[in-house]
Design a binder for this molecule. Structure first.
Ligand code: SAM
Length: 232
């Protein structure tokens, strides 16, 4: 179970919202049953259910099972997609080790917002399922121009269909260094957006093969490719 509290042997921690219901009602667990608690700061700990009621539970933290480990900083910026596609991307991006999910509003975005709280909850669930200690942070949606204006020097790999690889720019990608992937909306980036992106010194245009992928497929394929290149 993902838990933000400081985890240390011998401490008692209150269950996070929703966990008591899930454990007691859905999984039928009771006092004395073992669970595992984790977060990226403290790692993973064995714990037992000390007390449990409908909407409240308390855990007694036991020994550490896995220490915290630094993850490669691999961020996903993705145009705000339809709800189902966005939910799927949040789950898969978590499995693929994304450290941040930043929904982006582009000229052709079909959605004008993304529900960051729902996506963060999906990401936490996915982290539990894939045994990842940390879940990606999920930011509120921002217009593309604002994201670019505030960008630091981190290489921003932009998935561009029908593009050719540009090796000098690709040389910016180094194992272990922070990296980010940007994927456009269902309708693609506009010509003006592509011009703007190509002019930015930190942008690395990247092709994901000759076929036109759905935006959500491009997000997953791009993250997998980046992790193979610079991640774990
Ligand atoms: N409507 C666009 C078109 O037909 O030209 C296609 C947009 S595609 C469905 C959505 C996004 O996925 C694109 O903006 C791009 O970021 C990414 N994408 C899809 N296929 C790709 C490919 N083969 N290489 C790189 N990026 C791709």
């Amino acid at each position: 179970l993902y838990h933000d509290a400081a985890l240390a042997e011998g401490t008692l921690v209150e269950a996070a919202p929703g966990q008591a219901h899930h454990l007691g009602t859905v999984l039928r667990r009771g006092p004395g049953d073992t669970v595992r608690l984790f977060n990226p700061r403290d790692g993973e700990w064995s714990a037992t259910i000390d007390s449990i009621r409908k909407d409240r539970a308390r855990f007694a933290v036991g020994g550490q099972v896995r220490p915290a480990a630094a993850e490669p900083d691999c961020r996903l910026l993705v145009a705000a997609l339809k709800r189902d596609a966005m939910d799927w991307v949040a789950e898969k991006a978590t499995e693929l080790g994304a450290t941040l999910i930043q929904p982006v509003l582009t000229q052709r975005s079909v959605a004008d917002r993304a529900n960051a709280a729902r996506l963060a909850a999906i990401a936490r669930g996915a982290a539990e399922q894939c045994e990842r200690l940390g879940a990606p942070a999920v930011a509120e949606a921002l217009p593309l121009h604002r994201v670019l204006a505030a960008w630091d020097a981190t290489p921003l790999v932009v998935a561009m269909e029908r593009t050719v690889a540009e090796p000098p720019r690709a040389a910016a990608l180094r194992p272990g260094a922070p990296i980010a992937l940007l994927v456009g909306p269902e309708g693609g980036f506009t010509a003006a957006e592509l011009d703007d992106l190509r002019r930015r010194p930190f942008v690395v245009p990247a092709a994901l093969g000759p076929r036109i992928l759905r935006a959500e497929t491009a997000a997953v394929a791009g993250l997998a490719a980046l992790q193979a290149l610079v991640g774990d």
